[in-house]
Design a protein around this ligand. Sequence first.
Ligand SMILES: O=C1CCCN[C@@H]1CCCn1cnc2cc(F)c(F)cc2c1=O
Ligand SMILES: [Mg+2]
Length: 485
Amino acid sequence: KLGMAYKKDDNFGEWYSEVVVNSEMIEYYDISGCYILRPWAMEIWELLKEFFDAEIKKLKLKPYYFPLFVTENVLQKEKDHIEGFAPEVAWVTKSGKSELEAPIAIRPTSETVMYPYFSKWIRSHRDLPLRCNQWCNVVRWEFSNPTPFIRSREFLWQEGHTAFATKEEADEEVLQILELYRRIYEEFLAVPVSKGRKSEMEKFAGGLYTTSVEAFIPNTGRGIQGATSHCLGQNFAKMFDITFENEKGVREMVWQNSWAYTTRSIGVMVMTHGDDKGLVLPPKVAPIQVIVIAVPYKDADTTAIKGACESTVYTLNESGIRADQDTRENYSPGWKYSHWEMKGVPLRIEIGPKDLANKQVRIVRRDNGAKVDIPVTNLVEEVKVLLDEIQKNLFKTAQEKRDACVQVIKTWDEFTTALNNKRLILAPWCDEEEVEKDVKARTKGELGAAKTLCTPFEQPELPEGTLCFASGKQAKKWSFWGRSY
Ligand SMILES: O=C1CCCN[C@@H]1CCCn1cnc2cc(F)c(F)cc2c1=O
Ligand SMILES: [Mg+2]
């Protein structure tokens, strides 16, 4: 399929669905909210996993795999963490024709699967810290509009679950992991995010506090949670009796964290960088960074051109660049240009008779369309420079666009105007949950209510006497507000 039927700025939802399909990342599936992840998506997931897994191994995380299934009574062990989520839980009730004695839940997250065993494995301070990570799928039978990568009933993630003897150790790890999530978004996906703390209302109810990296989609004016790192305090230790004998022989409860990022991160990247020609991939996560395309000319030496393409691909691969060539005889060069632009490949190399004669190649950038002729002798160096420039350019452009959407407001009228202008709102807030609830109630509508996205760690100056935009009380902090996914 060539060319896009929808334009990003005219019909974002349709544009997005078309991009993920035409770029061969996603195939729609006959169960609503479920999608097939094709190689072009899975290879990106694997590149992110390669980075993150190596980094958490440096933090001494150990790989585990826990069962997909959890019994009803264990899942419901922690009342207030589960009650709001009950409608999302998928249950197995039969095997073959016979009913199961008791329904079994499919994991929506693994606290209740893991923690009875943490209780068994942790006896002494010598068993701490316990650091467990698993890469798996989870199922949440959501009903709000399903969107590939962004909101699906099954998705892939990693979930880290750790236990420490002291709160200080837990607090430190929460931020170490959050920094890794920032790096995934900003250094690999070229997506700017804000690190911050969730409000009491938006945090994980079973935990002590929640931190997150928040992204923003200018086209829809919606914030989106990129990844989350919770300190659970001792809440789950109390519930699941996870205690240890400290050095003085005194029994204490452990301090726990849990943290995750998901395949949603790929969708955020698509939304951020895609354009009306299709996907635009940051080189760091491009499964193919350079695609080489022969431009045969009627009586030119096609064998020599093919040879030049082969050696170009070989030379680039030898230097650690992910290069490939499109040798399909049944497609024209022009068709191939559009196809690989649709797939978002950062660089295209064209080799025709003129290039051969001049011992050069023509390189075309996907991000800005720039064309440049490079001597074959400088090939690897020039390609590396270009890939690095594209990575930086994509991030800078996305950051400027996101920053242009930020609107600082002081009053309710300014807030509602900014909300209707699809802004990312930065507002002084009294940090009272009642007020947060009130804002939600006052902004309800078919586009969804406004909510707090996070209280950024980087706090602008809050002059004495600044009032909360919603309650008029003394403001305590600046928070990001907006509609969200
Ligand atoms: O967000 C994370 C990081 C990785 C481990 N889990 C935490 C908290 C998950 C919060 N959460 C999120 N969604 C849920 C959906 C459910 F159907 C359900 F039964 C439970 C939950 C639920 O606990
Ligand atoms: Mg949810």
